[in-house]
Design a protein around this ligand. Structure first.
Ligand SMILES: [Zn+2]
Length: 408
């Protein structure tokens, strides 16, 4: 097509912009604005490493809170963080007393709920289209592998709980930080590979990259693996209760040390791998990752920091466009049922997931959710790659926001 005078004029304007020093900032072409140092940081993530970290977590079965396998997983995660140089590692200690579950009427052995008839889902979402079953499996016999069944058999005891974190200390602003989290506990008589081995491994992989000796950041970043998410966000609530008031305080005075830097934002990762689309009319899912799979970034439109959280979510979408290799990101307003919730009225908070929690996961888009099939062997490389793309998204966004650069 011949160039019209209008197009010529636009071309000249672009050339003029290119000559100006701030051209990159105002260019409409996102890819050109990618920061080469951040690109290089993102390239330190790999599918093989991400998969290996998830595999490592699945050796502890479903990692249900309040069990020895859960405590062993916390120890293992801590050892990995140390080996990455993310030191010192620290732990939050809290007490957890479960509320007794209501006994089921005789004869009722429900493992899965029938799809809800209401159009409205969690977090203010609206459910549309076909639905599949959801619910938590509590029947050991649904796990066909005797080794996994045996591993998942010991049940929780009430009492002390711990969760581990480590911090990349900022060079210019050690008193401010972003919190990057995932939950390490699971349930359902499987291996909790996706829920939430996939989010836990993402956080661990970011801790590894940011802890490399040639990486500097302006603000601090805390990497934390919550416990007790599945019982009602008790681990993240304990963190908020114990540490919100300590924000930004230098301790000891004059030391330049800030045990709890001021919170700039909280980013949660929960179920990162499975986006096979909507169930069919019979509630069944496609066997393969859909080519349109995306990373769902959600904020909560009813939270106190909704405007700032929304801005944060769009910054993540922007980072996805610049740094993620395969899958795009979408932004939605119904963040819910995850460890960013206890933070959302104190600080901008978002979650990243494979699907929207309310409208999609809540409508049965993930048939392995809290089921014995949430095993490492269930997922294909196309599934694992969606989690890797979420890692690239968060790494790119947090590197940008924290002012990351490489020492030459
Ligand atoms: Zn989860």
């Amino acid at each position: 097509m011949p160039r019209t005078p209008h197009r010529l004029a636009a071309g000249v304007a672009l050339l003029a912009l290119a000559a100006a020093p701030l051209a990159a900032q105002s260019s409409p072409f996102a890819a050109d604005t990618a920061n080469t140092q951040i690109k290089s940081l993102v390239s330190r993530l790999s599918l093989d490493r991400y998969k290996a970290t998830i595999k490592g977590l699945t050796q502890f079965g479903d990692r249900q809170q309040g069990t020895d396998r859960n405590r062993a997983a916390v120890d293992w995660i801590e050892a990995q963080l140390k080996s990455y140089g993310c030191t010192p590692t620290q732990r939050i200690t809290y007490d957890f007393q479960p509320r007794p579950r209501r006994p089921r009427p005789a004869g009722q052995r429900s493992a899965t709920r029938r799809p809800r008839q209401s159009d409205f889902g969690a977090g203010g979402s609206r459910l549309r289209g076909n639905r599949g079953p959801t619910g938590v499996n509590r029947d050991s016999l649904k796990q066909p592998d005797p080794q996994i069944r045996a591993l998942d058999t010991p049940q929780p005891t009430a009492g002390q709980r711990q969760e581990v974190y480590c911090t990349k200390v900022g060079t210019e602003h050690p008193d401010e930080m972003y919190i990057v989290g995932g939950h390490m506990d699971g349930l359902g008589w499987g291996q909790a590979a996706n829920d939430d081995g996939s989010g836990t491994a993402l956080v661990m992989e970011l801790a590894r990259v940011f802890s490399m000796p040639d990486v500097q950041t302006s603000t601090s970043i805390r990497f934390i693996l919550w416990n007790n998410e599945e019982t009602g966000l008790n681990g993240s609530r304990a963190y908020v209760e114990q540490r919100a008031a300590l924000q930004g305080k230098e301790d000891p005075a004059g030391s330049g040390k800030y045990p709890e830097p001021k919170w700039l934002g909280m980013i949660q990762h929960d179920m990162m791998m499975f986006d096979h689309g909507m169930p069919d009319a019979n509630g069944k899912l496609s066997k393969t990752q859909r080519p349109e799979a995306d990373v769902n970034v959600e904020f909560q439109s009813t939270s106190k920091f909704a405007a700032e959280a929304q801005k944060l979510a769009w910054a993540f979408r922007d980072a996805n466009e610049k740094y993620a290799t395969d899958y795009p990101a979408s932004v939605g307003p119904h963040m819910t049922n995850t460890d960013s919730s206890p933070f959302m009225d104190l600080v901008p908070a978002i979650s990243l997931r494979e699907n929207e929690r309310g409208a999609q996961i809540g409508a049965g888009w993930d048939p392995n959710w809290h089921q014995p099939t949430d095993l490492y062997s269930t997922y294909s490389d196309d599934d694992f790659r969606l989690g890797l793309n979420a890692a690239q998204t968060t790494l790119g966004a947090i590197a940008t926001l924290s002012g990351a650069r490489l020492n030459k």
